[in-house]
Design a protein around this ligand. Structure first.
Ligand code: UD1
Length: 356
């Protein structure tokens, strides 16, 4: 048995990882990568923003059906019963959260309760059940508009622009304070930039509820004719073409970052009990560049118009991913063209399935 597989086995059994939000967009892609790496996965999700048939599609991709528990992470007793029933989790990846920036401004208490109480429940249950590791879904939103680009993990945390962004900042602090208090927990905080694309099989992808707020789902829905026109929010920013600049990270590459983070925790490879990593490509791409890359990759002409700025948007942000590259040995590998093609294939597949 190779050294690699060794630490994924525990008393001759596969090491078990609990994935909250495992039927969601990033969660589902991460489940299949964990399975491919040899982990046994248990998924918890309340299905508030996803569908149970994602479990079927995970099985189609990986050939392994993960255990699934429909439980809300706000429900302490329900969550505890998952720990008690399955037993022996070596680590947790916590995705389950509300994530719409605009909605969070309208419904702040929903966001604070959902995103914060879920994490508190997990952090209370971990020591009780001997679970020593957690990987947390954080976001580059914690940097606000950075003073220096590309942004490193040491950049100051700016005042959050939305309750959603604030929950990410607060959750990072809750994890730090809990670990500092002596709780037997090791944590890795992954700050994602802009995840896009879908699984190359087109069996997993992003399925937004209602009108998409994010750029790529809106773009693919426009390309397929569900939406009439994509609005580009602003072309008067201080950027090369005037539109906002982001670091678009392929969702499968992002999923793989979680696997190496779990590997690192479980083999005791951390330099500190709480580590933070930027997960991005290191390349800034403007909204207009992305539109043109989509047209080039797919051959589909996109109907779009320039409109005014969207309130709360950051002008430009992209990652310095060096720490993840060197410490985690992780690097984004998929080209923007392949990523956009995967998003398009997913949209075509949704039509085929009669979903959207
Ligand atoms: C936001 C959050 C991020 C969160 C992500 C997922 C902030 C600063 N960022 O990212 O933390 O993880 O949502 O929900 O809170 N755009 C258009 N037309 C559209 C849609 C978007 O031009 O129809 C533009 C936006 O103005 C922006 C870029 O595309 O410049 C990306 O927007 P979006 O996909 O919504 O992501 P962010 O706002 O970057």
């Amino acid at each position: 048995m190779s050294k690699m597989t060794n630490y994924k086995m525990h008393d001759g059994m596969k090491q078990k990882v609990l994935v909250t939000g495992g039927t969601g967009y990033i969660g589902s892609h991460t489940v299949v990568e964990l399975q491919a790496a040899g982990y046994e996965v248990v998924v918890v999700d309340n299905l508030s923003n996803s569908n149970a048939d994602v479990i079927d599609n995970i099985e189609k991709v990986s050939g392994i059906r993960p255990a699934f528990e429909k439980v809300d992470c706000l429900d302490y007793a329900g969550l505890e019963s998952v720990f008690a029933k399955h037993g022996g989790f070596q680590a947790i990846i916590h995705f389950a959260a509300s994530k719409a920036v605009g909605e969070s401004v309208q419904k702040p208490l929903l966001y604070y309760r959902n995103n914060i109480v879920s994490l508190i429940n997990l952090l209370e249950l971990m020591p009780k059940y001997g679970v020593g590791g957690i990987v947390f879904s954080s976001s580059c939103t914690v940097y606000g508009q950075p003073d220096e680009l590309p942004v490193t993990e040491d950049a100051p945390i700016k005042k959050a622009e939305s309750p959603y962004g604030n929950t990410k900042q607060i959750n990072e602090e809750i994890i730090r304070d809990t670990v500092a208090s002596g709780a037997p927990i090791n944590a890795i905080l992954l700050r994602y930039f802009n995840p896009i694309g879908a699984h190359p099989t087109a069996l997993l992808g992003e399925l937004p509820n209602g009108v998409p707020q994010n750029l790529v789902p809106y773009l693919t829905q426009t390309a397929i004719g569900i939406r009439e026109k994509l609005s580009v929010f602003g072309d008067d920013y201080n950027t090369p073409d005037g539109s906002c600049v982001r670091d678009f990270i392929n969702v499968v590459d992002l999923a793989k970052a979680h696997v190496v983070a779990i590997d690192r925790i479980l083999r005791g490879g951390q330099k500190e009990k709480v580590e933070v990593f930027n997960i991005g490509t290191g390349k800034g791409v403007s909204v207009l560049e992305l539109i043109h890359a989509f047209e080039k990759a797919t051959g589909v002409k996109l109907n779009y118009q320039i409109v005014g700025r969207r309130a709360g948007d950051i002008e430009k942000v992209w990652a310095n991913p060096e720490r993840a590259n060197t410490e985690l040995g992780w690097k984004a590998g998929t080209s923007l063209e392949d990523t956009l093609l995967s998003a398009w294939n997913w949209q075509l597949k949704l039509r085929e399935r009669g979903i959207q």
